[in-house]
Design a protein around this ligand. Structure first.
Ligand SMILES: [Zn+2]
Length: 176
């Protein structure tokens, strides 16, 4: 995990989501890192294929469309606000479990642009993967639209024989 993240694994307090094969896709990180830095992104997407797919989706310009939808769809905006609050509640619970002092620097701050902006699909999809479908509506949409899915293993595709071993894997989710 340290190799995937480029920082010490000791700040990772749990695996929040996994690929169907069992590899971690989202890690849960302490709200304050060991060396003292506040860390708002409780759910951090680490899986290389997932991060690449969401980067490609971001590059397609979909974030501007999602931002526009938040401006006109009141139900979507309300669900996104609830996702923001759920994210902070999860992080407060983790801080309590770790017996950390409240991390005042990040009070009221979640991730990915929540509650009103769409700024990072990686953070929003990470929340969706950790919390399950129905908690973060924008993260859910990002996962539907991107080419990666936790239900179809895409770990280490460079390894010879991967295609043969995985030929009976599920096809990608349909994009609406
Ligand atoms: Zn996998």
């Amino acid at each position: 995990m340290s190799a995937q993240l480029g920082r010490p694994a000791r700040d990772i307090v749990a695996i929040a989501a996994r690929c169907v094969c069992g590899n971690p896709t989202v890690v849960q990180t302490a709200p304050r890192l060991a060396h003292g830095e506040p860390f708002p992104t409780l759910y951090y997407l680490t899986h290389p294929a997932a991060t690449a797919a969401l980067s490609a989706l971001e590059a397609s310009g979909v974030m501007a469309d999602l931002q526009d939808r938040l401006g006109v769809d009141e139900a979507l905006a309300a669900a996104y606000l609830a996702a923001h609050e759920a994210y902070i509640a999860d992080r407060d619970r983790v801080a309590e479990e770790l017996k950390l002092e409240p991390v005042s620097e990040i009070a009221g701050i979640s991730a990915g642009g929540m509650p009103t902006r769409v700024k990072c699909l990686h953070a929003l999809a990470g929340h969706s993967l950790a919390a399950g479908v129905g908690v973060n509506p924008i993260g859910d949409i990002a996962l539907e639209l991107c080419s990666w899915s936790p239900d179809r293993c895409q770990c280490n595709p460079e390894i010879a024989g991967y295609a043969i071993e995985h030929k009976d894997a599920q096809p990608n989710k349909k994009v609406n």
